[in-house]
Design a protein around this ligand. Structure first.
Ligand SMILES: O=c1[nH]c(=O)c2[nH]c(=O)[nH]c2[nH]1
Length: 317
């Protein structure tokens, strides 16, 4: 931020939606080729005030250069990298290479290409598009301070029973009946922050962000549904959301009992995508369709918006 002539100026500039795909060819290997497709956003906080104040561009890193850097760094990654590691590599480059850059923010959204399985056999170079998206955002300051967030978007989940909503506030505008039997559908957006608060804290042995992503996603999904043959009752989206976030934090508490916890907080956004009971009647036929927990009108307009962030309360010890 700069103060100039009675004005306060906060600025950053960058390039959005730089689409890059990286293939790692592994001829003859059991696993086959690997491919990722990323949409990368770069934003730099830098000392380039003269550009804003007087049209002097001499300290501007061109956004076109930022775009080219994404491709150059992708080329340099001859070994497979996770998107979190790639975001760190990019951010590190921008803060170390340019003296005027004070902070780099890099975000990546991954297109969910998944290896196809044909007749039970994983294909060596064939992929199809999956559903939910892996995302990350890295904010790295020149001093090394790091914020590393990963997440999932568009994780659509539905259960046909074991959900209800009752005992809520009733006033003269309330018409929703209490229920212990309804459908529950949502599209989870979750993000979590890794507890690496400085670039130097990132373990030397590559931390497996991709594996952690799969694990967190599994904990979220398992908690939403409960055991396969019985499920688990959800008294509200709010309670289910809390249990999902808590399960993620607890999971990493158990594993890292004598060390630091590697996930600092979990943020969940779970829209309540309503499945409305259908009842149809006419003057002649009072029950064309009589609802018996079978025919629904699914709608996301409007939908409930339930969101929360769960972190560990600081110990008083
Ligand atoms: O799980 C729910 N939480 C709410 O806050 C809410 N509000 C509502 O109308 N239906 C629901 N369901």
């Amino acid at each position: 931020m700069a103060t100039e002539g009675g004005y306060k100026l906060e600025q950053q500039h960058g390039k959005s939606r730089v689409r890059v795909s990286r293939v790692w060819r592994r001829p003859g290997s059991d696993g086959g080729d690997l491919v990722v497709e990323w949409s990368v956003g770069v934003s730099l906080l830098s000392d380039c005030l003269p550009a804003y104040l007087s049209g002097d561009n001499s300290s501007i890193v061109a956004t076109d250069t930022m775009k080219n850097t994404v491709y150059a760094k992708a080329k340099e990654c001859t070994e497979v990298v996770s998107m979190e590691s790639f975001a760190i590599i990019l951010a590190k480059h921008f803060i170390t290479f340019y003296p005027q850059v004070t902070t780099a923010i890099v975000n990546i959204v991954e297109k969910p290409w998944e290896r196809v399985t044909l007749d039970g056999q994983p294909h060596v170079h064939g992929f199809k598009l999956g559903s939910e998206k892996h995302v990350t955002e890295v904010t790295l300051k020149k001093c090394g301070a790091l914020s590393l967030i990963a997440g999932v978007q568009g994780l659509a989940l539905l259960k046909t029973t074991q959900s209800g909503f009752e005992g809520f506030v009733r006033d003269r505008y309330t018409i929703l009946p209490d229920t212990r039997e309804r459908m529950l559908a949502t599209e989870v957006a979750a993000s979590w922050r890794y507890q690496f608060e400085n670039i130097s804290n990132i373990p030397a042995k590559p931390f497996c962000f991709s594996q952690r992503y799969q694990e967190v996603k599994k904990v979220l999904v398992d908690t939403f549904f409960g055991p396969p043959n019985v499920g688990v009752y959800s008294p509200s989206v709010q309670n289910t959301l809390y249990l999902m976030a808590k399960a993620v934090l607890d999971r990493y508490l158990c594993w890292t009992v004598s060390r630091f916890h590697d996930i600092a907080f979990v943020q969940l956004n779970m829209p309540n995508l309503h499945f409305l009971p259908v009842n149809l009647s006419s003057k002649d036929n009072p029950s064309i369709v009589k609802f018996a927990d079978d025919v629904f009108l699914p709608t996301d307009e409007p939908h409930g918006t339930i969101q929360a962030t769960l972190s560990r309360a600081r110990s008083k010890l």
